[in-house]
Design a binder for this molecule. Structure first.
Ligand SMILES: Cc1ncc(COP(=O)(O)O)c(C=O)c1O
Ligand SMILES: N[C@@H](CCOP(=O)(O)O)C(=O)O
Length: 471
């Protein structure tokens, strides 16, 4: 399968090259040139199968020409063997028609592990085959950072520099990035917001001389492989609840639009999805865009769901491209408007297309706290604030009463103990595997909100640069 850029000016790539490239050289994001279609019987045949087996079958068409089946299957098995639940991503029923899809049984207690545990192995495999090194720079509002560091720590062919907004992530999130002692890991606190971190990351990718010198790679959801692995749990949960014979709605706590775009891909493959509910906190650019057709970032407001404190949502570009009839010229114009005028408008046809599948709602801080408290009292179940945004938003949107609603449980409540305790009276504890997290020594660098300063820091730590100079 080939992958094309949403901006249409970078060469199409196979899976392995798209994996290492991250952001396309024209600033766009890679998407498959065509969507494979799965028959209803194929989905039906997934019923009762192990998560890893469904994962291999769902992802195979996307990787087949780049990664030999035996090696891929082994990596999938290894990626999910480390999860602390036999179902990998289990469903928990909350009410008659509401379920939480728990995506936080991986090593860093966030849904990011589902993709990152596979991505680390895939990158290592491809770099090994090519005898190459890479420097990964990432931007995180909290969870991607910990998951990436866990997936890549100690790996010989990769150095990781992770940018996070100083003082705007939870203590548990920060410590997951700052306590690993491995020499290839560098946690960098930027004096700014997540959007500033992501803008620096994109600036580094758009500096072609720099990206070639350090062999820059990305593990944010700009990397197609991240989304690929996230399609799988839409399929496993839908099949467990009766697909393909019945449709489902998914409520997805959303920031960078990666997770919910994976749901869109699942629908493109043929999964019967009634609606995808884009759930946002008060940083509600996506909900406003779906309502008005105008994409207009505002100031970021810190919330108890910090991983979603985002205004520039990078994967929305993938939706614009696909729902807009794959018109790369239109995407280029919209992105130029965003860069030059600070906003852009969706054309009516694209908006109508998007609204066929997507609904959106937002939950403010009081609603999030009330949802956590009420769910604890009624169901004895502790939601993290991000998942609570999903549940509160789902309840505001009209969905056929016969349709099950699956809320994506994107983080373990113990990652946000203060907010959860304040809302429920119950303090969630870290699992035994992380019992020493809060006492380990931390190691991090603080840098200004300045791409040049970050570029210098990255180049000095990149072993790819040293290997290149030694050649
Ligand atoms: C816990 C949690 N929930 C939801 C999100 C939003 O996911 P996405 O950025 O893919 O929309 C994030 C961050 O990505 C997260 O860490
Ligand atoms: N919420 C994310 C922000 C980065 O998103 P990504 O999915 O593009 O990696 C985080 O927790 O870091």
């Amino acid at each position: 399968m080939l992958y094309v850029s949403t901006r249409g000016e970078a060469p199409a790539l196979g899976f392995a090259d798209a994996l290492l490239t991250g952001l396309a050289r024209d600033g766009g994001l890679y998407v498959p040139a065509d969507w494979p279609a799965f028959e209803a019987e194929t989905f039906a045949g997934f019923a009762g199968r192990r998560y890893a087996d469904v994962a291999k079958a769902v992802m195979r068409p996307f990787v087949a020409e780049s990664i030999p089946a035996q090696a891929f299957d082994r990596m999938v098995e290894e990626a999910y063997a480390g999860f602390h639940h036999p179902a990998v991503c289990p469903l928990v029923q909350l009410t008659e028609r509401e379920w939480v899809l728990e995506l936080f049984h991986g090593p860093t207690l966030a849904f990011k592990d589902v993709a990152m545990q596979l991505l680390g192995r895939l990158m290592d495999y491809v770099l090994d085959q090519r005898d190459e090194r890479a420097t990964i720079v990432g931007a995180t509002s909290g969870d991607t950072g910990g998951a990436a560091i866990e997936a890549f720590r100690g790996r010989d062919r990769v150095d990781v520099v992770m940018l996070f907004p100083n003082g705007r992530v939870s203590d548990v999130q920060r410590r997951m990035m700052t306590t690993p002692p491995d020499a290839n890991i560098h946690a960098v606190a930027i004096d700014g917001t997540f959007d500033d971190c992501q803008a620096i990351l994109k600036a580094l990718f758009n500096d072609h001389a720099f990206r070639d010198t350090v062999r820059l790679s990305g593990v944010n959801s700009i990397n197609w492989a991240r989304l690929l692995a996230q399609i799988v749990y839409y399929v496993t949960s839908a099949v467990a609840l009766g697909a393909p014979a019945r449709k489902l709605a998914f409520a997805v706590p959303t920031g960078n639009f990666g997770d919910v775009f994976a749901g869109y891909v699942a629908a493109k493959l043929g999964l019967p999805v009634e609606s995808l509910i884009v759930a946002t906190n008060v940083n509600d650019i996506l909900a406003r865009t779906l309502e008005s057709g105008a994409y207009q970032p505002r100031q970021v407001t810190p919330t108890t769901s910090p991983s979603m404190d985002i205004q520039v949502s990078s994967n929305f570009e993938r939706l614009l491209f696909d729902a807009g009839g794959r018109d790369a010229g239109a995407v280029r114009r919209q992105m130029a408007d965003l860069a030059n005028c600070g906003s852009f408008a969706l054309d009516l046809g694209t908006l109508v297309n998007i609204r066929r599948l997507f609904r959106a709602a937002r939950a403010d801080e009081a609603e999030v706290a009330a949802t956590i408290g009420e769910t604890w009292r009624r169901a004895g179940y502790l939601l993290d604030p991000h998942t609570a945004v999903g549940l509160a938003s789902a309840r505001k949107v009209e969905v056929d009463p016969k349709t099950p609603v699956v809320v994506l449980g994107t983080a373990h409540p113990a990652k946000f103990p203060d907010a959860v305790e304040a809302a429920s009276g119950k303090r969630p504890g870290l699992p035994a595997t992380l019992s020493d997290l809060m006492t380990k020594p931390e190691r991090m660098t603080v840098l200004p909100n300045d791409a040049a300063a970050v570029a210098k820091f990255v180049a000095e730590r990149s072993r790819a640069v040293r290997a290149g100079a030694a050649r």
